[in-house]
Design a protein around this ligand. Structure first.
Ligand SMILES: [Zn+2]
Length: 141
């Protein structure tokens, strides 16, 4: 820090004051000037990046809610919302978000869902058959 810094805001000191007092007054004046300075505006590129990040965060949250997932997708054991168990299907689906993000896919490619639904039905049938062999939790063979 050169002498120019301290000369930025000359503060008059009483006549006869010690030389160090004049120097301290100059330093305090410079500090006050810096504290009162308006922060430089954010560069346009940083503003665009910040807006993009905000939009992506919102989009992620909406898509996750459309699939009944936490915004961390169950990938963060330290997540305060789910503790890392919030994968798709873990939470109640936001029906408006589902209609916006998932329903168009269901309408456009129903075969994807039909194949999965068939698998779900097969799994349910197998579970029913497996349970028919049990009575009060005791397996009967
Ligand atoms: Zn989470």
């Amino acid at each position: 820090m050169g002498d120019d810094f301290f000369q930025a805001v000359p503060i008059p000191t009483p006549a006869g004051a010690p030389q160090w007092a004049d120097r301290v007054a100059q330093l305090l004046g410079a500090v006050v000037q810096r504290l009162n300075a308006v922060p430089p505006s954010e560069p346009a590129e940083e503003q665009r990046a910040r807006k993009l990040c905000s939009r992506l965060i919102l989009q992620n949250r909406l898509v996750a809610s459309a699939l009944g997932a936490c915004r961390c997708w169950g990938l963060s054991p330290r997540c305060i919302e789910c503790g890392g168990v919030g994968r798709p299907g873990s939470f109640e689906v936001d029906t408006a978000a589902f209609e916006a993000f998932v329903a168009p896919l269901v309408r456009a490619q129903p075969q994807l869902f039909v194949a999965h639904l068939s698998q779900v039905q097969d799994d349910a049938r197998q579970a029913v058959h497996a349970n028919q062999g049990e009575h009060n939790g005791i397996r009967i063979q």
